[in-house]
Ligand binder design. Structure first.
Ligand code: CA
Length: 233
């Protein structure tokens, strides 16, 4: 424990409530209220996780998250005021690790913070490469997947999806299963979100290796990973 958590929230009451709960849960919380301060501050102060409000004065959370990802893999949990925003935020692929919709209980936030930290800590351990397809390499530390030496340019979510599927070749995963792999505590994301991530993932694989289909959709059930060159079927 004792991880440092940066709270970026302009509603002062909410910020201090989160601060108190996180402190009580043995984290080191710090608070910023303006969007403009966040990136310069984070370049100077490494933290273990960022709770990032979407609507901020100065600079909004989406822009901040996107730019943050150009220099840091720190876990980010976005705080949004409306459920509808979550789908939009997901669609933009900002590289956030989780989303919490307001109003939330501080207790829930603490639980999500713990879950995301657990997940990212597990992801950061050097792990044996999954038994992936020919020429597929997954770099868990950098969230980077290469196929036949070519970087697939995956988002964090696409990388995790590919990791789960490739770690269990031939096994069929339902959308629900994939969803709970990726958003363990998430109850809001709908399963079309998975379809849209898979679609982009398959497109990137197809661009890197047109004759290699690795992620297959199983009609009415879900998805599976299988080495199956279109030439050798
Ligand atoms: Ca706000």
């Amino acid at each position: 424990m004792n991880e440092t958590i940066l709270i970026v929230e302009d509603e002062q009451k909410l910020a201090s409530l989160l601060h108190d709960y996180l402190k009580q849960a043995n984290f080191f919380p710090c608070c910023l209220a303006s969007g403009l301060e966040v990136l310069p501050w984070l370049r100077q102060h490494p933290v273990d996780l960022v709770l990032l409000d979407l609507m901020l004065p100065g600079r909004d959370g989406m822009e901040i998250c996107k730019e943050l990802r150009t220099f840091s893999n720190v876990p980010v949990i976005m705080l949004t005021a409306r459920v509808e925003e979550i789908d939009r935020v997901l669609g933009l692929e900002l590289g956030a690790d989780d989303y919490i919709c307001k109003p939330f209980s501080p207790r829930e936030v603490v639980a999500r913070v713990r879950a995301v930290l657990r997940r990212t800590a597990a992801g950061a351990q050097p792990q044996p490469q999954p038994n992936a397809g020919r020429g597929l390499e997954l770099d868990e530390l950098r969230f980077k997947a290469t196929l036949n030496g070519r970087d697939l340019g995956l988002t964090a979510v696409e990388f995790k999806l590919l990791g789960y599927l490739a770690g269990n070749p031939g096994r069929i995963f339902s959308r629900d299963q994939l969803m709970s792999c990726i958003y363990p505590e998430q109850r809001i994301v709908n399963d079309r979100t998975i379809d849209s991530h898979i679609k982009k993932l398959r497109k990137k694989i197809a661009e890197a290796a047109p004759d290699e289909e690795l992620v297959h959709s199983v009609y009415g059930v879900g998805y599976k990973f299988e080495k199956r060159g279109t030439a050798g079927r």
